[in-house]
Design a binder for this molecule. Sequence first.
Ligand code: AMP
Length: 274
Amino acid sequence: MQLQAEVLRRDGRRIAFVPTMGFFHEGHLSLMRIGRREADVLVVSIFVNPAQFGPEEDFDTYPRSFEKDLELSRREGVDLAFTPDKPQLYPDGYQTYVNLENLPNHLCGLSRPVFFTGVATVVAKLFNIVRPHIAVFGEKDYQQLLVIRRMVQDLDFDIEIIGAPIVREPDGLAMSSRNNYLTAQQRPAALSLYKSLNRARALVESGIHDSVRILKEVERIILAYPDTEIDYLALCDLKSLEDVKNIDRPVLMALAVKVGSTRLIDNMVLDPKC
Ligand code: AMP
């Protein structure tokens, strides 16, 4: 891959990169379409990264559909699919990790302590291997996008990071490979995330700017469904992810909810001036 990237760069070709863990859905494909549009060569990686899963998490059961992913990649005009295995990225003796100081101390980082180190490490490695000019990440994983932007700035990667809007199912559920775990009975409960985000937006736009009040309403909506357990609900600053008490500027409403044993995340920017 590195050699191919070197040749492409020498030929003056612009490389776009979409890193993924596979099991493609429209969210992944939307990133590929952006990459396709922005560059001459589109590279996608498929790697279920063990470093970002905690010991109790779903690394072993994470859905995989390698052949189908390759077929979908072909259809989207992907030029190169980079599909390393674990020993190639983390050979025996591996010991170098990328840690961020502040961003991981919020939202998902609190319940998934190794997650952002795992993500930053693998993305740094993939950047060095794929050598892209631009890389596309989904806003569905908003905190991850901030972590990557920060890392690129702090470690001087010469790569433009593009954020892509959340792609949703027709009923509003944010697309995710983990939606595959949901049973038909759990689907209404899974939709409570989007429902509560919309309600929060309506409250903010109607002039209610007190975060405590909005978060209470969001909590009420989610817990009205069976089998739901809140990991976090937050109204936070778009850059630092620090909690915002009074919504006097656009803020991020972010949430993580377990429906049965499936952990779902979603987010929306709420703007008091709309
Ligand atoms: P994953 O395979 O889940 O690690 O995701 C790979 C990339 O796809 C990440 O940049 C995600 O943010 C992005 N992504 C996942 N789901 C969506 C979605 N519903 N809409 C937009 N981007 C997404």
